[in-house]
Each structure stands twice: as C-alpha cells, then as structure tokens.
Design a protein around this ligand. Structure first.
Ligand code: BDP
Length: 640
C-alpha cells in the first residue's frame, strides 16, 4: 500500500496485513444475539480519538500509541461511535484527512465473564473504513481490510490476564485507498514545489461518493459458551403447500455435541424439529416469504432455534441461537426474475448509507425513516449501492419484505492495474465475507460483484469469470450480476452474469438537455443488450440532478421539472418493454448524498428524489404514483 510519506515500516505492516487476510475464512459471522446462554454489551458512545497528523502518518506506530492510554500520547478529542469522523468537527483537515486515526475506549467487563472459564468473550466491530488494527490492553488481537463488513476477535484469555483492570480497546483505522483496495484509489504526490508545499498529496478515487471513514457500525463485546454454535446456513424450497428448510450448523470446540433444531412460526408455535448438524425441516401448510406489495402478508419469517448441548470430559456446555428464516425460492429465466415461481418486477431505489453529520455512521432514526419513506413510495426493492449495508438494515428488509440486490464495494475499478491478481484475491475474500454474513437473509435475492467496472479492458474477462464463478460456488441459490454502464462495458464479463443490470444517463451526461432523445436511445440500448445476452434486464440506475426548489418550465437541467420529465421519458420506455425481458427499475438515487468536491457536484450529488434531509422533491410524488400503480396493475398485490 502506498500510504502518504516515506514509510517503509508502515508499508511493510500494510503488506503483511493484506497478505494475512487472503487466507480462506475460518468460522462463521453470526449476528450477535442475546439468549439464555449469550450476552451482548454495546460499546457505542464517546471514544477518545486522535488523528495521526505526522508527515508520514506513522507516529502512532513509531511511538506505539496502543501501549498506553491514548490521552497520554497527546491531545485527544471525543468522537462518537458509530459515526464517520469527517463531519463531526469544524476542522477541514479532519474532514479531508487521509491516513491513520486512532480510537480508544476503556470498558469494564462483567466479573462473571472473566471468572467463568467456560465463557468465551468476543470483541466485534460491525464495520470500520478502511483498514483496521485492534489492540486490547496493548496487545494486538486482529486486523481487517475493508469497510462495510464485520470483523471480530476472541479476547477471553487476554482479559483474564489482568482481571481487575478495565479493558482498554484501541482501534487504528486507515482510510487510504490503493490500486488493490476495494474500492480502489491512488495516492498522488504533487512534486512541483512552486505550486505545492513539501509532501503534498491527494487521494484520487473513481467513484462518486465521499470516502467517509471511521468506525461506522457498533462495536460490541459478546459472549458465547466456550463450545458454541459458530455458523448456520439455511436453504429453502417448497412444493405445493409444503416448505423445506435445509440447514447446516457448525459447532466450535467440544465433542459429544447434541444439536436440536426447532422451527417455530411467527406466533411461536412449533412447526418442525430435527437433530444433528445438518438436515431438513418439513413445513406443512407453509407460509412463504413474499416481497412487499406482492402479497397481503409480506416478509413472513419463521424462527429456527438451534440448541446445543456439548459434553466434554470436564464440563457440559449449553448454547442457543435463533435464526429468522424466510421460505422462498429464486429463479431466473431468459426473460423473468421469479420469486416463489411468480414473476417479480423490481420497482425500487438505489441508496447510500449517508446523512448529515453522521456520514456513513449507523443511525436507527435514519434507517427507520428511510423504511417509512420507501414504503410510502411503494418501493419493493433496493440495491446496496455501492457496498454492503448494515446487517440491521437487511434484517428490516427480511421483516418488511423489501427485496435486496446485495452489492460488494467493487466500485470504481477503472485502472487496468486494479485487475491484477492482488486485487482479484482481495475481491474474492470480500465476496467470501459478504456471502458468509448475508447468506441467510431471505430479502437478499442477488449478489452484485461490482458497479461499472472498466470491463472492456482485456484482463476483465478472466477477472469477472473468476469472480462470478467463485460467488456462484459460494451460493448456488442466488443469481449473480455486475452492474454495467455501456454496451462496450459488458463485453468481457457479460456472458457470465445471470441478469443484466444496466445504468444509463441519457439526456444528462450525454446530449445534455435533450429529453427528446431518450425514447430512441433507451430502446435501442435495451434491444441491443437483449439480443446480445438473452438475459432479463434491470435498469439499475437512471436519473438527473435536481436542486430542490429550482424551477423552470419548459424544463432545464438541475430543476425539479427536468428531473420529473427525464424520469417520465424513461418510464414510457420501461412500460413498452415491461412484458418482454425488462424486469425492473431502480432510480438513482433515493436521497441526495455527499461526494468529494468537484465542478460537477454542488455540495454533493443531487439526483435524490428526496433531499439529504429526506424531504421530497417533486420526483418523489411522480415515482410514488407510478410505483403504487405498478404494484396494483400487475395484480401482484393479490395473494397467490
Ligand atoms: C453512476 C454511478 C453512481 C453515480 C452516478 C451519478 O454508478 O455511483 O453517483 O453515476 O453520476 O454511473 O450520479
């Protein structure tokens, strides 16, 4: 990694750590949950924080800041967790900071967790962007590459070493992006001393959102018994009125394990049971998991209780984990996307995890507000553009029946050097981590391995073939796509995708102001795609910037009228193709969001149909009318 400055130490550290993560994943990543045998302690709130502003950003490592209290190393400020650190202070240097920042917090661990040797204590970070190293009481416990996905470390023996002391957790996070990171970026030094001061550098990126950084999701301590349920996988199917849940459970530690699996319905009534680490549960009179607006009772979830009793020579351990299970199937034909064997039409949005002050930090009020807005709009689906979203969001999608295209952070892969093996290996690991985390969500119906990569480049074919085949091998139940922008784009990887997801910005980035060209260009584009690939097509992005309150009729670019007229022209073409191979439309974007500064962006991207503060622009009303009409027109509101 070329981090700023002349820091061979850091470079070595970085290489080692990147190398370290390219090992196959061991163990599961179940969402932490309380049960009679598990406890969870949230460490959210204010942490001590210090950005390493030294010229080579390496002072923290040179002076081993993790060895003592951060406040003893120099000035610290209070930083909320979870949140991006960028917009918390008035300091532009911190907003635009590149390099290592350090977080620290002391916590008390309940005495019983320490004294009971049969308890396993785990430290878990929901996500931190981009590269993290974690120490407990000065000892390194783990490191992780990549934002947006969780990582954890068992710290039981460490905290037992000094049982009476509070436990000091230090997390160093580096947001530098390189050719091998996901998303990629480059650091550029400006060496012209007549124009730039010594050591001046910039972070170049090829994606259109602010590179928010910090600890973005909850930090937790949680316990499991020493012998415990480590991972669960379910696959579901049905025939006529009978559902089938095939499961696999892995247990860590112990021998003589007895596993009892019980499936319960929404009201807690017994449905089926089984024993052993793998098997099937038959569900009579099954209630299928249906998308919102496709059924009067969407998002139906059963609960699968996994109960473990493990007997070792000296002790007996008991553990329990309950997984929500939605029974549904996904199939893709040349022209249709089938959920439970019925054609599904995506009428939805693309989102970002983005808001004022918090940046990309997890925030319940924002999440619940967004769900309410989506339901108001009549949205039945969204894409996690351009990275995996918080697990709590997917859990809400499961419960509300909102269908998800789950995208990894493969965005902005435009430089040919980012198609080399080092990048591919990391991309494969990210897919491993993503599928491991999200495989059991009924709402997740498709994996997206990238957004708008330069897939016309020669190495792209091998890259995407490998990536897509790898993802299909990880999960044989879901289709895989990558999102493309132009016909040439798809040439190399195109044959491998199950669904064509195409973005286009006619009458916006090209033929500016010429709304009249949309019908011709859009239909030609669709026809060419379909002729070439014979796969169903989703319009995975389309839209126009609109500055709220700016009006002009006849419409001009950037007004609310223009945004409306552009959407309307797209919709006319969608309606012509809808009964052929065209299976969905996802507006760009649900809400305005922050980007880096540049002449194409006026304080962020304004293609939202809501403002960043979630107030509707005129387009929200247009879309709401359309989506409810679509839901009703197709008759899919009716029960099967
Ligand atoms: C698309 C990108 C998206 C951008 C959008 C835009 O996928 O990330 O924000 O363009 O330019 O090509 O608004």
């Amino acid at each position: 990694m070329s981090v700023p400055g002349s820091f061979s130490v850091l470079r070595v550290l970085w290489l080692l750590s990147v190398f370290g993560t390219v090992l196959p994943l061991d163990g599961g990543m179940l969402f932490p949950q309380e049960s009679s045998f598990r406890e969870v302690k949230e460490l959210n709130g204010l942490w001590d924080f210090r950005a390493d502003g030294s010229p080579n950003r390496n002072e923290g490592f040179e002076k081993a800041w993790h060895k003592r209290r951060l406040a003893e190393t120099g000035p610290v400020i209070e930083m909320p967790v979870p949140a991006s650190y960028n917009d918390i202070t008035q300091d532009p240097t911190l907003r635009d900071f590149i390099g290592w920042v350090w977080y620290e917090r002391e916590v008390f661990v309940p005495a019983r967790w320490i004294s009971d040797e049969g308890t396993r204590v785990v430290l878990r970070v929901g996500s931190a962007h981009y590269y993290s190293i974690v120490w407990v009481n000065g000892e390194k416990v783990t490191e992780h590459e990549g934002g947006h996905l969780p990582f954890e470390a068992e710290i039981s023996s460490l905290i037992r070493k000094e049982p009476t002391k509070p436990c000091r957790i230090t997390i160093a996070v580096n947001n530098t992006l390189t050719l091998e990171t996901l998303p990629p970026g480059t650091i550029q030094y400006m060496n012209d001393s007549s124009r730039y001061p010594d050591g001046f550098f910039v972070q170049n990126i090829d994606f259109d959102f602010f590179n928010y950084a910090g600890i973005h999701r909850s930090v937790l301590l949680y316990t499991t018994p020493k012998v415990h349920v480590d991972d669960i996988s379910v696959e579901t199917n049905f025939m006529d009125n009978t559902g089938l849940v095939r499961y696999k459970v892995s247990v860590q530690g112990g021998f003589n394990n007895t596993l009892n699996i019980t499936l319960m319905d929404k009201d807690g009534h017994f449905v089926a049971s089984s024993n052993g680490s793998s098997g099937g549960l038959k569900v009579v009179d099954v209630k299928l998991w249906w998308p919102y607006l496709m059924h009067e009772n969407p998002g139906y979830l059963y609960s699968m209780k996994v109960h473990l009793i493990a007997v070792s020579e000296t002790s007996t351990y008991e553990d329990e984990y309950t997984l929500p299970v939605g029974i549904r199937t996904i199939n893709v034909t040349n022209t249709q996307f089938l959920i439970n064997n019925k054609p599904f039409y995506f009428h939805g949005v693309n989102k970002h995890e983005d808001s004022d002050i918090r940046g990309r930090g997890f925030d319940w009020p924002l999440i619940v507000k967004d769900f309410n807005l989506m339901k108001w709009l009549g949205v039945n689906s969204f894409r996690t553009s351009h990275y995996p979203y918080a697990e709590e969001i997917l859990q809400m999608c499961d419960r509300h029946g909102i269908v998800v295209i789950d995208e990894c952070p493969g965005v902005g892969i435009k430089d040919i050097r980012s198609f080399r093996n080092a990048s591919l290996s990391h991309h494969l690991v990210v897919m491993d981590e993503l599928v491991r985390r999200d495989k059991n969500h009924p709402s997740v119906v498709m994996w997206s391995v990238a957004n708008e990569p330069a897939s016309e480049m020669p190495p792209a074919e091998f890259y995407f073939k490998t990536l897509i085949e790898h993802t299909k091998a990880l999960d044989q139940t879901r289709p895989v796509t990558y999102v493309t922008i132009a016909a040439a784009d798809m040439d190399k990887g195109g044959p491998y995708v199950d669904v064509v997801c195409a973005n286009s910005y006619f009458a916006w980035y090209f033929d500016q102001g010429r709304l009249d060209i949309i019908p011709l260009q859009l239909s030609t584009h669709f026809e060419n795609w379909y002729r070439k690939y014979q796969r169903p097509i989703i319009q995975s992005e389309y839209g126009a910037d609109a500055v709220p309150g700016l009006h002009m009729d006849p419409p001009m670019m950037f007004t609310e009228e223009y945004q409306n007229a552009l959407l309307q022209s797209y919709h006319d073409v969608f309606d012509q193709k809808r009964n052929q191979y065209f299976i969905g439309e996802l507006i760009w974007n649900f809400a305005d969001f922050m980007t880096s500064q540049g002449i194409y962006r006026v304080v962020g991207n304004k293609k939202g149909i809501f403002t960043r503060q979630r107030q509707p622009k005129a387009a929200a009303f247009l879309l709401r009318k359309r989506y409810w009409r679509l839901a009703n027109e197709t008759g899919r509101l009716l029960p099967d």
